[in-house]
Design a protein around this ligand. Structure first.
Ligand code: AMP
Length: 193
């Protein structure tokens, strides 16, 4: 299965993606994780992306499209994948569509997480605290100030993807404000597995 999880930062995409990985046995492809790894490794992509990510803006379409094009070629992604945080612009979605078409592959579903934006800042603050409590490094962009920019980027550049996928008859929505287990059930119902 090839699935896209769509929704603002803090909507629960990552949490549900991890559960889908376990259930479906296909990898989670998080462009955010890949970019953070590139930053940590100090690769040319990481060096370009760091400042943009730290301030909460979107990394250029060329960079993320290139990352995904390479990643879906890897052996573990041949059976399918769960995209978490990609695409984030209509240009990325179009590039991804062409990529799939070239390979003769099809998308199975786009699952959008509907959330109350006012609740998201609290979630992000909670996530940062939990990360800290585990003794792990807190993401630099998981703070209320940068979060505003991330949410703005979502509203202006990513939200139009709902209409984009709706137009293709691909869009399904779940209530991301429900408890985590209930969201898991809703996603399962949508995917039929
Ligand atoms: P995330 O972990 O998905 O919240 O992503 C963290 C940051 O990585 C975002 O705020 C962006 O700066 C960058 N990023 C991740 N995915 C994308 C994408 N598909 N397009 C552009 N920037 C991205």
């Amino acid at each position: 299965m090839r699935i896209i999880l769509l929704g603002p930062p803090g909507a629960g995409k990552g949490t549900q993606a991890v559960r889908l990985v376990e259930r479906l046995g296909i990898p989670q492809l998080s462009t955010g994780d890949m970019l953070r790894a590139a930053v940590a490794a100090g690769t040319p992509v990481g060096l370009k992306a760091k400042a943009v990510m730290d301030r909460g803006d979107l990394v250029s379409d060329d960079i993320v499209v290139g990352i995904i094009a390479d990643r879906i070629e890897e052996a573990d992604a041949k059976k399918g994948f769960i995209l978490d945080g990609f695409p984030r612009t209509v240009a990325q979605a179009e590039a991804f569509d062409s990529m799939l078409a070239e390979k003769g592959l099809k998308l199975d579903a786009v699952v959008e997480f509907k959330v109350d934006e006012n609740a998201l800042v609290e979630r992000i603050v909670k996530r940062a605290k939990e990360t800290e409590a585990r003794g792990e490094q807190v993401r630099k962009d998981d703070n209320p100030e940068v979060f505003k920019t991330r949410l703005d980027a979502y509203r202006t550049q990513t939200a139009p993807l709902s209409a984009y996928y709706q137009g293709k008859g691909m869009l399904k929505t779940v209530d991301g404000m429900e408890p985590i287990d209930d969201v898991t059930v809703a996603v399962k119902e949508i995917l039929g597995r």
